[in-house]
Every structure is written in structure tokens, then in C-alpha cells.
Ligand binder design. Sequence first.
Ligand code: SAM
Length: 280
Amino acid sequence: MLGAADIRRLAAELDVRPTKTLGQNFVIDGNTIRRIVATADVVPGETVLEVGPGLGSLTLGLLDAAGHVVAVEIDPKLAARLEQTASEWRPDAAGRLDVVLADALQVTELPKAPDALVANLPYNVAVPVVLHLLEHFPSLRHGLVMVQDEVADRLAAKPGSKIYGVPSVKAAWYGSMRKAGVIGMNVFWPAPKIASGLVEFTRGEPPVTRAPRREVFAVIDAAFAQRRKTLRAALAGWAGSAARAEEALRQANVDPSARGEVLDIAAFARIAEFNHPLVG
Ligand code: SAM
């Protein structure tokens, strides 16, 4: 495991000055790495996708548990050093690590199909990264990500809760999310100002619907863009008018005077079918 001194030495050697823009907060605590790897439940034959390996703390832990690690890093200095770090600390990692220099939000191909996503995510893009990867890599069956604690709560929120919103419903399209713990600030260098949370993910089937995913997501965006409005009003733009929105909601068996925060993903999928009527 890389300790605090190793991380600082590596950062100095590479002249890395952690930036907020790239969410660069590196884990300096071996127990936290062990906890993430154990909670992620990675098994030896699996290929793990790690986004943002940084200086390699979590990568080394993952190489202990997984068969193969594919690490996607946007910072060229960090990506360039990772293989050397792995071979110094884990001589048995040879041939089991692929480093991909890329923006995780753009990546649509990887050298190996990943089974699991395990990452300490850059916080400002955590939700779009999770949704992008789940959409483009259907081989991802499970995962564990570390995100801002508040974002962890949002991802795992259920209908009816105050914090249930766009991330919660869109994530539910791909499976189930469960909060798996809180991590304090002092395990990072530099220390962030807020706590982090762990979220566990298990792939599930999306609801059966005639509507394509994009249409379902458009309904979700519209419903939560004006959170305090009734669905009849919030979906008027999407449906073409308040009257058409009311009709879409009635057809989907949803009360037009309800608000988006009470609907589960299946209800959003039924509403989206309004724009994709049965033919014949
Ligand atoms: N995994 C390391 C650790 O736990 O110590 C570093 C985690 S740090 C919170 C986030 C990492 O993601 C940084 O290495 C950063 O350069 C990288 N990163 C930021 N934006 C990214 C993006 N869009 N695609 C891929 N990597 C990104």
C-alpha cells in the first residue's frame, strides 16, 4: 500500500500539484483502500475498471483482489507513471494492468470488457461518469464508487425522499444503488472540505418500455427541472402543452397533480411511452 509519505514523494517527483478542477484528492490511508476493495467484493477472475487512478493507491489494492485492472486517467503525468508504480509495488501486476489516457466521460471502448467499476471518482463529474460508464459498458455488473457524501445519498435515494432527484432516478435505470459507508476528510491529501460516501451498485434490468432510454431521461430532466411544480405543469414543455402532459400522465396511471419526487423509474418509463404510441 502507498502511504502518505509515498504519495507525497511521488507527487513531488512528478511535480504534481493537485488541482480542484480534476478533483485530485489522493487517498493516503491503507485502511481506507482495504475497506474500499473489501466492500467492492471483487473476485480474482474479474476485470475492474478504475476511473482516475491518480498516483495509484487504489490501483495497487485492486491489483491484489482482481484479475485485471483497466485504469482510465485524464492527467497525462499521472497516467504515464502508473505502470512503473504498479511494477515497483506489485511485480505480479505485469500484464494485468492497462492504463488508458482519456477522459472517462468520452471513453466508449476499453482494452478489456470490465466486470466491475471501483473508483475514487473526481467529485465534480462523478454522476455523469457513473451514468456514462453504465450506459456504454453493459458488462459492468457491479461496482463501488467513492463520491461526495451528499452525492452518495442522492444516488442511493428512493422515491419520496427529499433528496431523490435526477441522479437517483437515472441510476435506477441501470440497477440498484446502496450507500455503503462514510469516509472522513483526513484520509486524503489534500484533505477535501467535506466528507465522502461509498455507493455500491448492482446491475439490474431497466423497466420494460416502448420508449427509448433517451426519451425516459428527457421526461426525468423535465420533471425535476421544476421540482416544485406538479407533473402536469413541469411536463408541459416536453409533451407540447399542459393538456397533453395531463393525458400522458393519465395514460401512465400517474396522478397529474403529483410531483416528480414520488415516481419510480418504471413510472417515468410509462410516461415516456406517450411519445412512442403503439402502432396498429
Ligand atoms: N484513485 C486515486 C486515489 O484514490 O488516490 C485518485 C482519486 S482523485 C479523487 C480523482 C482522479 O481522477 C485524479 O487522478 C484525476 O486526475 C482523475 N480525473 C479527473 N477527471 C477525470 C476524467 N474526466 N476522466 C478520467 N480521470 C479523471
